[in-house]
Design a protein around this ligand. Structure first.
Ligand SMILES: NC(=O)c1ccc[n+]([C@@H]2O[C@H](COP(=O)([O-])OP(=O)(O)OC[C@H]3O[C@@H](n4cnc5c(N)ncnc54)[C@H](O)[C@@H]3O)[C@@H](O)[C@H]2O)c1
Length: 451
């Protein structure tokens, strides 16, 4: 099948590469000339594990190419997928900004051939598919194309595995003809037993928002449990484990942390809340999840200051991790964007390191920041360490050696990477989320009284 994808971002590029790997002939289009030039040389503009190798394999096999020429790519396609961004519109209470989607629909309309299916991969509010159809009909009255919704559920950092082994493939269609074409497109996956759910357009669009909003709710919930655990002396990791053993609850998305970020959860929760509001539903649960999460991210810097006994003026603090999660270079809505400026405003000298996110972070974080070459570099002479992102590299660091390099042995771990007692035994004062702090003095006292 000939496929054209509009938008070569995290979703469009991964989708294009994976569909080529499944045997289709894929043309990926973007209006960013620099991006297309880089992609045409076989270089991915984003960091996603495994993507470069799969891209190269499918380009060499002649199944994958990149172009700026949207009209030609669309005119040759059986299926056109729209995978452009739908960022929150700040001026409109986080309502999804659909200008890129509508612009893409307008550009593809004149070039569409008779039975093309135009699929929305972007996350869009309910009703957008129908709006896309009317844009295409207005722009090209001869068009007899179908529109469909095929929301994407991949997670950055494990995007290829998520695409190739999906929990479900959702297709929202108006007619059987479109359903058959999309069933053929995904046959290499359904053939292996992966489930495909067919719905109408509106339901497919809603499934994506409901799924992301539910996952965001799970994260906000466990963070609130962590707040309570800290006050009552319980251990949130064990609480999450005990909850997750209940099959009705499940263990995933119960990791406490600095609040959810990334390009999807904050924006999709806000967009769904706005959609509800416009349709006369006041989404009380969603509203409080959004409100709680904003407050949580904003409160993380105060947590660091508290651990530093209230005074951080003039201190050197190592911030390990900048991206919103590990295994991506994506900085969108990362907790580091709230924490670092707040610490700088309090007079902290920031030394920071991230394995993949430094280039993107430099565009967003301005001021007197020291961009270190390694985690150890950032920690050298530091008065405290704040762990913001759960990179494996930080778990594997030689912390005994790091302890010797630091000026003060203080860690504020916002990702609960370590067992508190292990860190205290290494000589750290260790503060984490939803667990009692572990202090080196307490360990020393225990050792003395045992002797
Ligand atoms: N990032 C994720 O993890 C993820 C997961 C599931 C769904 N989604 C959804 O997928 C959509 C895309 O997200 P993303 O993270 O890939 O966005 P992105 O910002 O990384 O990429 C969008 C790309 O589209 C290009 N583009 C915009 N308008 C264009 C046009 N008219 N013609 C050609 N190219 C155009 C941009 O240059 C950019 O390269 C969003 O709706 C998002 O909510 C994202």
């Amino acid at each position: 099948m000939n496929l054209t994808i509009i938008g070569c971002g995290y979703v469009g590029l991964v989708t294009g590469v994976c569909l080529a790997e499944l045997g289709h002939i894929v043309t990926c289009v973007d209006h960013n000339a620099e991006k297309i030039a880089m992609l045409s040389l076989g270089k991915s503009p984003i960091y996603e594990p495994g993507l470069d190798a799969l891209m190269e394999k499918n380009m060499s096999a002649g199944r994958l190419r990149f172009t700026l020429n949207l009209a030609q790519a669309v005119s040759e396609a059986d299926v056109v997928m729209i995978a452009v961004g739908t960022p929150p519109d700040a001026a409109n209470k986080g309502k999804a900004d659909l200008s890129a989607v509508f612009k893409a629909a307008q550009s593809i309309a004149p070039a569409l051939r008779a039975h093309t299916v135009v699929v929305t991969k972007s996350t869009v509010p309910v009703g957008t598919g129908k709006q896309i159809k009317s844009i295409i009909e207005r722009t090209n009255p001869q068009s007899t194309c179908d529109v469909a919704s095929n929301p994407e559920f991949l997670r950055e950092g494990s995007a290829i595995a998520d695409f190739m082994s999906p929990d479900r493939i959702v297709i929202g269609v108006e007619r059987d003809a479109a359903a058959h074409i999309l069933a053929d497109l995904y046959h290499p996956l359904t053939n292996q037993g992966f489930a495909l759910l067919r719905t109408d357009l509106e339901t497919a669009e809603m499934i994506k928002y409901a799924s992301n909003s539910f996952l965001a709710t799970k994260i906000a919930f466990i963070n609130e449990m962590a707040d309570i655990c800290e006050q009552v002396g319980a251990n949130v990791e064990q609480v999450a484990k005990g909850m997750g053993m209940d099959a009705r609850i499940g263990e995933k998305f119960l990791q406490p942390g600095p609040g959810f970020g990334g390009s999807c959860f904050p924006k999709d929760a806000m967009a769904l809340a706005q959609l509800a509001h416009e349709n006369n539903v006041e989404p009380a649960i969603l509203n409080s999840v959004i409100h709680y999460n904003l407050g949580r991210r904003a409160s993380m810097a105060a947590r660091v200051m508290d651990a530093c006994a209230g005074s951080v003026q003039g201190k050197n603090i190592a911030v390990l991790g900048l991206t919103f999660k590990a295994n991506t270079d994506d900085m969108r809505e990362s907790a580091s964007l709230a924490i670092i400026p707040a610490l700088m405003a309090a007079g902290v000298h920031i030394h920071t390191y991230d394995p993949q996110g430094m280039a993107n972070a430099k565009e967003l974080l301005k001021g007197d920041i020291i961009w270190s070459a390694s985690a150890l570099d950032a920690l050298t002479k530091a008065d405290a360490c704040v762990i913001v992102t759960e990179w494996q590299e930080f778990r594997e660091l030689d912390w005994a050696h790091a302890r010797e390099q630091m000026h003060q042995p203080l860690i504020i771990d916002l990702r609960n990477l370590f067992a508190p007692d292990d860190m205290a035994k290494l000589g750290f004062d260790y503060y984490s989320i939803g667990r009692k702090p572990a202090l080196r003095q307490a360990v020393q006292n225990k050792t003395i009284s045992a002797a």
